[in-house]
Design a protein around this ligand. Sequence first.
Ligand code: ADP
Ligand code: MG
Length: 453
Amino acid sequence: MASLVPSLGQLVSDATCLFKKLFNDEAPKIAACAPGRVNLIGDHTDYNQGYVLPMALSLVTVVVGSASSGQEAIIVTASELADEPKKVDLSLPNEGFPSFPGLPHWANYLRGIMHHYRALPLPGFRAVVVSSVPLGSGLSSSASLEVAFYTFLQQLRPDDGDKVAKAIACQQAEHTHAGVPCGIMDQLVSVLGMEGHALLIDCRSLESIPVPLSDPGLVFLITNSNVKHSLASSEYALRRGQCEKAASILGKPSLRDATVNDLEDSHSGHGPTMKISDPSMISKWEDFHYSRVSTYSYCSTLFVFPVPAWHCNKLTLYSLSPSQESRAQLDDVTYRRASHVIGEICRTLKAAESFKNGSFQEFGKIMVESHNSLRDLYEVSCKDLDDLVCAAMEVEGVFGSRMTGGGFGGCTITLLKADAIHRTIQNIQERYSGTPTFYIATPSEGARVLNLS
Ligand code: ADP
Ligand code: MG
């Protein structure tokens, strides 16, 4: 069974009760909420100024509270997974008195938001945070906390109401105070989410196009692997660096500006680059190279494959000789990182188009290509996520499945026929060695003020 998500009303009621209990039975006067998100396709493209296709979820963070007469900012989280203490008294930032990161770690998201708030100074206040977004699972509890808290502050001291500037301020908070060099996707979709729609976001112009997801015969299923490997944050920063390096070697402002041809022209490969003029060779590769073939680029008559070092021995069996023509610039790892990003940006546009046209088979196929690319070229998947995708793909009625988010644990997203939901959950439960949690992804509204009366 999919997990039951507490209703917004329930969360507000829980937050109100806790607020009263902590603050002399006073009722909170203002409230705001902001959703977590799931990305349907386009992972690790946002910080490369590419495209993403996320939807805001019905999983939300709620902040309730009231202004106070003093200079205090007392905030309490009800989340058990947040580090101690759960109650913090933060100093209000002012010009000349910025807010610095510190402990507990969870409060850095709030320190960052107050620091980057676009209408300082703020008055004193008290607030309680509750959330139905699972923490650290790749559904962006961090962005939902930032955006909900920012929306709460807007009731205390309004800014100019610019939504994109708000998302950027929240992203800055995560960079400077939580130490996570994230892209703009999470905050933008948490601010702009639309009921019944995903958003095709151009992370360069920050424009977004709503993509309707209203077919009642279809379901997007989120499967939480409930694992998070500790290398997630260091590898994320490493990948960002590799993308910047690739763009700079290619002479481009970002990988958004690079094409497959730019990449091929600049690849040295520590392994050799092979040119095969006979496409029938491809079938011979499939024994050992199958999942990777589709992720590499080719033109109609001349196939150009970067050959990862681990295949070199096998390739010599086919007597292929290395091309002398490639230019020695991009090393093999950087090449593969860039190859994922450039391919993923194209896939995201193609997938959005397929969905609009009702080509769900095609959408599903692109999802699997995306997963394979994240696994083999970007190397951010792990056995848990690969197993979840395989288990989903075994079921009749499933169109496609892929890891979603940063990787190294977290969630997968699967597109399937609504009538296949029970057998899909059952098969994943039987096949997966861990303990998965399931959510039906309901495309929901972005951040909003809540009326407490
Ligand atoms: P994700 O955003 O995918 O859930 P992150 O590692 O980016 O994972 O963010 C999780 C962190 O955000 C938590 O460890 C905690 O510090 C903070 N956080 C998120 N939601 C809350 C909350 N409701 N209360 C306190 N801290 C939270
Ligand atoms: Mg996060």
